[in-house]
Every structure is written in C-alpha cells, then in structure tokens.
Ligand binder design. Structure first.
Ligand code: PAZ
Length: 325
C-alpha cells in the first residue's frame, strides 16, 4: 500500500491479481495439514531443547500452461539436482527441510540412482526376491537409511508443484506457516521460476489449433514475490535467492540488484555454462566463490556450510526482522 495516497502500488495489485486469478490448488487442505503437523512437531521439539532451524528449499522449474486443458506449456530449465543435494546437506547440518519441488525432478537421497536404466540396478535373486546389483548395494543401503531417518524423525517434508500457479500458492502457504519460527526459518530458493505467465482467464480453454495460423501470444509479468515473502509472509526469516544468467558480464550486477531490490540476505549467482562447478555467494559487501573439487564432489557441501554460518549470524542479530538492515 502506498502510505501517502493509501492506494495499492502496481506491485501489490499484480500480486493480488495473480492469486485471485490462479486456479485453486487441488490439494490445499492436505498441504495445509501436512505443514501444520510438521511445524508443530518441530516447535514442540524446539521447546524442549535447542531450537531446530527449518529451511524451505525450492527446487526444479515451474511450467507456464498455455491452455487450461493443458497440452502445451513453457518450461524453465532445472533438473532439481541442486535442491536435492542441498536438502541432504541441510538435514546433515541439523535443519528440518520443507522440500518444495517440481513433480518428477531430482529427489534427495536418490541422486545416485540412474534415471535412464533404473532396472539395471536390480536383479532377481535365487529365492525370487529382488536384490540390488553390486557395486551399487552400499550406496542404495546408505540412501534408504538416510532418507527413512530424515522422514521418520520429522526432518523432511516433500511438497510438489508443476505450474507457476501451484508453486507460488505453495510457497505462500509454507512461508506463512513458517512465520512463527521467526529468524530460525530460512528460505533457499533454488527453483527456476517463470518470469512470465498467461493469466488463467486469458488462456485458451482447449488445445490451441494450428489451423488458425501463427500463434501470437502476450505473456504477463509474474509479480516479484521475493519482495512479498521478505516483507509480508515471513519477515524475520533468512532469505537466499538464486540468480542464473547466461551472460557472465551481467551476473554479479544482477545478483547485487536482487539483494537491494528484494531485500535478500544472500544471492547465489551462477552461470549456465559452469553452474555445476562454481557459484558466487553474494552478501552485502562480500562475494565468495564456492567451487567443486572434482566430478564426485558436491559444491553444495561447502555452500550449505557457508549459509548455515551466515544464518547463525542472522539469528544472533536483534535486527533480524528489519527489512532494511
Ligand atoms: O536444478 P539444477 O541443479 O539443474 O540447476 C540449478 C539452478 C541452475 C536452476 C539453480 O542453481 C538456479 O540458479 N536457480 C535459479 C534460476 C533462476 O535464476 O531463475
């Protein structure tokens, strides 16, 4: 709201329009219940000991449907590997993770399972049971053990999205339910989120017909939800966003801009050509490069260490709630 005129700013009306016109989330009640159970359990455990930190990790790309009965859509590049790997390291660091991921994208503890030849991993034993082929047995056992432990001890909640409409509605629900955690909450926004979308009411109801000639379509800008997250949904949380660019000359400048414009505490900047090997962690006044040490080394290991340390500093600050700190 513009405090001088008392009217809505264009950003606020864009946000309102987006949520009012989005198709309602199908499983809203179930998601809401899962979130309540998860956060309540964490809050109770925190009351009886050291407060448990919670991070919302977003992962994978959002789609933009072009038709209401969707046959075609625009997609955003992301395999979900970064989000899945980061989730594992956050759990290892003692965080409870809400993993908001694109349906079908890479999952925590499953990163080593082959997607193209899944059945090559297994064999039928003499007694007709299924066994994992060696040398994969050790990796699979470790993954099952870590995954079960994370879920059963209440340290991992997985919520999936496909479209930009689902993603932003789920993010809003997660953020508002994490508000009670104050500065112990963290957002690690690695998902590749569409910048443009087709509003539901402007969208063709049925499959667009090619017989009608070339397709001329106007896309609306997705409102900048980072600002809303930081200002309204969870103002005391520690917020990390990601910036992916293909042009190295504009990457750090765009990361600085995201920090200032949206009040992010950290922006992780990466370039499409090198994003698996190298990222820059940008905070106010500091840029740190984090690199992978080889093919089998996850740069997320060091990245999460660094972010956990920054989060600890944020928790200690009395001004954690201030948007303009
Ligand atoms: O999911 P992935 O491991 O294939 O890729 C990760 C990434 C490049 C999508 C992520 O590091 C990132 O930069 N996300 C934000 C993308 C954006 O600027 O919208």
């Amino acid at each position: 709201m513009d405090s001088k005129s008392g009217t809505e700013t264009p950003q606020e009306s864009g946000v309102e329009f987006f949520f009012n016109s989005a198709p309602p989330l199908k499983d809203r009640d179930q998601i809401s219940q899962k979130l309540e159970v998860f956060i309540t359990k964490i809050s109770r455990s925190s009351e009886s000991g050291k407060p448990i930190r919670v991070v919302c990790v977003t992962s994978g790309g959002t789609t933009v449907p072009l038709e209401q009965r969707c046959v075609r859509y625009i997609d955003n590049f992301s395999s979900g590997n970064r989000g899945a790997a980061s989730t594992e390291y956050f759990v290892k660091a003692g965080y409870a993770v809400i993993f908001v991921h694109r349906w079908g994208s890479c999952q925590p503890y499953c990163r080593y399972l082959p997607q193209d030849s899944f059945l090559d991993f297994f064999d039928i034993a003499e007694n007709s049971t299924i066994k994992v082929c060696e040398p994969h047995g050790t990796v699979v056992k470790g993954a099952i053990r870590d995954y079960r432990k994370a879920v059963e001890e209440g340290f991992l909640l997985k919520l999936s999205f496909t479209t930009i409409f689902e993603y932003l509605q789920i993010l809003q629900m997660v953020a508002t339910s994490m508000r009670c955690l104050k500065s112990h909450g963290m957002f690690y926004l690695a998902a590749a989120v569409s910048d443009f979308y087709v509003p539901w009411e402007n969208m063709a109801k049925h499959k667009i017909q090619s017989a009608e000639g070339p397709l001329d379509m106007r896309l609306t800008q997705v409102p900048k939800m980072l600002l809303v997250l930081r200002k309204d949904w969870a103002p005391a949380a520690f917020c990390i966003s990601f910036k992916l660019e293909t042009d190295p000359d504009i990457l750090l400048q765009k990361a600085d801009m995201a920090m200032q414009k949206y009040g992010m505490h950290v922006v992780v900047a990466n370039e499409l050509a090198t994003y698996k090997r190298e990222v820059s962690v940008v905070t106010s006044g500091e840029k740190t490069r984090v690199c992978s040490h080889g093919q089998d080394h996850d740069l997320e290991e060091e990245l999460i260490d660094l972010l956990v340390a920054r989060h600890s500093e944020h928790i200690k600050k009395p001004s954690g709630i201030d948007m303009n700190e």
